[in-house]
Design a protein around this ligand. Structure first.
Ligand code: DHB
Ligand code: FE
Length: 278
């Protein structure tokens, strides 16, 4: 099967290379892991794969196809894209299973720290002719005990009305549709932006090859990405989706949750965040 690319399609190799570079620049800290844990987790992961090979009578031709595909994922720089689409949701669910407060979901590959920051209210950086329906997104940040969290930081990033992220797809201003607000004395914040479109993960690279070969689709529903943090509280990384939005029920990244729905009316919507203490 061939995939027809238009100039509106994000190019896998370019997006992938950017996602790989940004991931490697991002310091989540080094992990100190004991030999025992590495051995246990690596053995279990390999055993799971061995089980699949036995259960499905995998052939040498299929084994070679897998090898060749894995090599191509790396060559296309697509590991951040592939892993965030197909694996991150289970890590997020596991890590945050017992956290109180607002629901989180996956970060995805397109977060960039240190976006332009304002106090209380801002308009996200955007082009003069930025396409899309205007959206005002506001809310309040509180602690699980109900205290308003003055000075909480709310970071917002999202795709444009064609589904492209600045700093990853070509031709967009550096901080297009990325920004942050420091919540006011009452923990309130407000962003003026435009509604994002559904996002099609780049499909001309190795990830797209798998998706096409399996007969899946490559779409994520339209979503806003957020990080909400305050000193002494656990950071929440989440996304918000639009009620009734296309692909909400078939997100390729399995990251939609019922708690994460918004339904703007007359171009405005509110959503409050609740943070749990560290
Ligand atoms: C991918 C893109 C996203 O916008 C997202 O939220 C998650 C994953 C991706 O292309 O891998
Ligand atoms: Fe996204």
């Amino acid at each position: 099967m061939t995939t027809q690319l238009t100039e509106l399609d994000a190019k896998a190799a370019e997006t992938g290379a950017n996602a790989t570079r940004v991931f490697q620049e991002k310091a989540r800290g080094t992990v100190q892991t004991s030999t025992d844990r590495v051995a246990a987790v690596a053995s279990a992961a390999l055993a799971a794969l061995h089980g699949v090979i036995r259960d499905y009578d995998v052939t040498y031709a299929e084994y070679d196809a897998l090898k060749s595909w894995l090599i191509q994922v790396g060559a296309d720089g697509e590991w951040p894209l592939f892993l965030d689409v197909f694996v991150e949701h289970v890590v997020e669910e596991t890590v945050n299973a017992n956290r109180q407060g607002s629901k989180g979901t996956i970060e995805g590959p397109f977060y960039v720290p240190n976006a332009p920051r304002a106090e209380g209210e801002t308009t996200l950086p955007m082009r003069d002719d930025e396409p899309g329906t205007p959206l005002t997104f506001s809310g309040q940040v509180r602690s699980v005990d109900g205290t308003a969290l003055a000075g909480a930081l709310v970071e917002l990033w999202h795709a444009d009305a064609l589904g492209f992220y600045s700093q990853f797809a070509p031709g967009l201003p550096e901080w297009n549709l990325r920004g942050a607000v420091v919540a006011d004395k009452e923990g309130r914040f407000s962003f003026h932006t435009v509604q994002p479109a559904p996002y099609q993960i780049p499909h001309d690279g190795a990830t797209g090859k798998l998706i096409a070969a399996a007969g899946w689709h490559a779409w994520r529903p339209a979503h806003l990405h957020l990080k909400v943090s305050a000193p002494g509280y656990q950071l929440v990384t989440t996304q918000l989706y639009f009620e009734g939005g296309q692909y909400n029920d078939s997100d390729i990244a399995s990251a939609v949750k019922p708690e994460l729905m918004i339904a703007p009316a007359d171009g405005s919507v509110t959503y409050d965040f609740v943070l749990a203490p560290e």
